[in-house]
Design a protein around this ligand. Sequence first.
Ligand code: ADP
Ligand code: MG
Length: 361
Amino acid sequence: MPDASRPNSAREKHDTEAVAVGIRVRPLLPKDIAEGSRECLRKVPDEPQVVLGLDRAFTFDHVFEATAPQDRVYAECMDPLMQSVLSGHNATVLAYGQTGSGKTHTMGSSATSAEAALQSPHNDSGLFHESVGLIPRALHQLFLAITDRPGVKCTAKASFIEIYKEEVLDLLSWTTETDQLATLPIREENGIVSLTGLRQRKVSSVAEAMNVLTEGARSRSTGATAMNATSSRSHAIFTLSLELTSSGKTVSPKVNFVDLAGSERAKRTGASGERLQEGIQINKGLLALGNVINSLCERQSHVPYRDSKLTRLLQDSLGGNSRTLMLACVSPADADLEETLNTLKYANRARQIRNKPLVVQ
Ligand code: ADP
Ligand code: MG
């Protein structure tokens, strides 16, 4: 069978310097079945490979079929990444895919799922409920590792922002005059990009970090409603910044969890006027992200990070000093074949990025 993507042998199995790419296929939903959709995507047994339609095969670092539970996704791609955060490296997890493909389910970043995960994360056997997404699971792993470690001093701060129509909004900060989310200007000094006025909450337990996630997720949906939009049209970035000191040495790793805006093309939604304009602005980040990926793959000297707020803020994570995981979520329904193909192609490009060798500052 022809393989449209790069063969696995072309990269080392545990290549810490690459952008790792996982595909997660969601199950057919009742609405797909009601519409008469059939599955048009299957995983090749024992291979990290998917086949779309009859013969379009793509290989990735990880492939999770529709029946794969969250704990498998976590164990296979998140656990090693969080281990690396604990040893001082930066990490970024990007959830990419069309609206309805499972990004928020995978990340666990909706207000409902974050609230449930805050109140009752575990079942009677002490395992996470299936509805608990990757962010809460990562917070549990990180806090378990950093709390009460003899000889290690640790502080953690959480922030939560969204990018909507090329504006950075602080999900933890409402301005009283306008009753809207605070807008944050981007500042760049000596090549370091930061957000002026960003709210960073000190968090000293999983519960405190989960409170920040929940609060931000709620703001995201109320903010979107106030703007007459839906949260699928914005990129959301939840960041945990750690400071770990032991034997007089301090490391400050940062982990970004990014729930990207839906990747579907504007033409399919039949948008016009203001909605089309909105679509163009929203797609700007994803388009720029794609262009950054392309120029990194082609090793061009100019990488167009500055083309969007998203790529400016993620500059360090793409081609920089960070480990990056892209989880591309796809629908198996034949009605979504075109978008699924676009996602597989986009994700396949991302697999070829190489970040700089990791150095712990
Ligand atoms: P997105 O954030 O990409 O728009 P969602 O995460 O909201 O998509 O998922 C759309 C729907 O599909 C939700 O009802 C969600 O519960 C369901 N879903 C997504 N992925 C899975 C999965 N792996 N297992 C079960 N249900 C899923
Ligand atoms: Mg979503």
